[in-house]
Ligand binder design. Sequence first.
Ligand code: GLA
Length: 504
Amino acid sequence: MWSAVADRAAEVGEVAILVPPIHRMVPAHEVEELVAGGELDLPQALIGLDARRQLDLVAIGIEPTPAARVRADDPAAPPQRPHLIGEAAQRTFDEDVAGRDIQVDLAPPERPSQVVEPAAGEPLDGGEHGVSVSDHEPSIRGPAQELRRCCYRSDVYRADAPGRVNLIGEHTDYNEGLVLPTATPQRTVVELSPREDQIVRVESIGYMPVAYRLGEERHHGDWGDYVRGVTWVLSKAGHHIRGFDAGIASRVPPGAGLSSSAALEVALLRALREAFALTLDDLALAYAAHKAERDIVGARVGTMDQLAAGLARTGEALLIDMRKAPIERVPLPDKLEIVVIDSGIAHDNAKQGAYNERRAQCEEAARRLGIAALRDATLADVERLAPQSATLARRVRHVVSENERVRAFVQALRTGDVARCGTLVDASHASLREDFEVSTLELDVLADALRAQRGVHGARLVGAGFGGSVLALVDAGGAAAAARAAAERYRSRTGRAGRVVMPV
Ligand code: GLA
């Protein structure tokens, strides 16, 4: 069965083929070459088929489990049941392909995937070959040369991490306060193969490849700093790694205030942990990721994003008190859905001087109040500071009131009081706008557009602000319609296309 499909694929020459253990796609004619060169055994090949449905192409792959790796070394072994990327692909396989004669329509796709619409430069697959994949599980693709170099090595490690949506508790983490993030369903995936030398080579579709020698990590001001930061922090902590080749693919939208950078750092650290048997638990790994971002990327961020990428799961929030353990998991009530819309105005920690300025103001306010951090401030301190600096007093008022809101929000979640959650979210946005001054006109318009929708209990900007996304709490079942209508209203008011990130 597999050779029949592969023959047909090679004949038509349009189809992409994915090969285990890395899901990479190559033009079909290159499969012929690989087979002729003895580098690829047809039964091991993963075939892309035109689905003739909404999907442009169905990607079929063998799950990159250790078992699959063992079998891939044995040409006599029968092919495994393919792992299909995406539910629709699964259905198509079950209905059209499994156990039957294969009728493959290999016409090239007429349009790119409708599953996601990546922004220009976004490191997603799905463009060139029009391959649809699920929002949750991005696949990694590269040219045939890469396939030869990398894929048929048996030691390929795969790991991932989610982005984060902070439900409430903004600009409190670096003030030793409280935050309440949850995980995005979108994840960043890293696949890597160790090398014998000290060279690191990393690729991500849409970005310049990164290459350097371990021990020579320095700030460059590009995306490679996240990778350099990670290897730097590991060696600084005394962990032994060698060089590696890696591919990265992400469904966490960059610049949307959803912490794509922490997702990348944590996913890469997890893959390295696997590959080099590092003794790091997820908590230690999150702190390592934070150090990488602070010291090599140069963003003076708090630890919320890396803790969320390392520990958060969808369907629950993490209550993190930056001053005391343990981190608590708070289930999200079934009657609540979360909408997240990206305003289309990019937020970028590394370039965001305003973030560092806010942080410096908080430190200055704490210094003037004679306290270790604004976590210890009270509303009386706001009054005390006001005659000296109205700006600093407002910053303190935000931090004090936001910590209170996190406590109240968790309480409301536990009693299922979604209306109260919504009121607190609205108040958080107002405080971020008036007292912390990190909102923008677009974020305000988007939050209002969400609040105007049926079933929406409240809306607020997410993350550092100055751009990025807005979240809303919505009655279960109403999220998709509310998101669509709010994005449309936002577009008509600002001329900008808001991108619905959640629900997926
Ligand atoms: C960014 C930082 C976090 C946190 C938020 C604001 O996402 O990375 O540490 O400070 O802003 O809450």
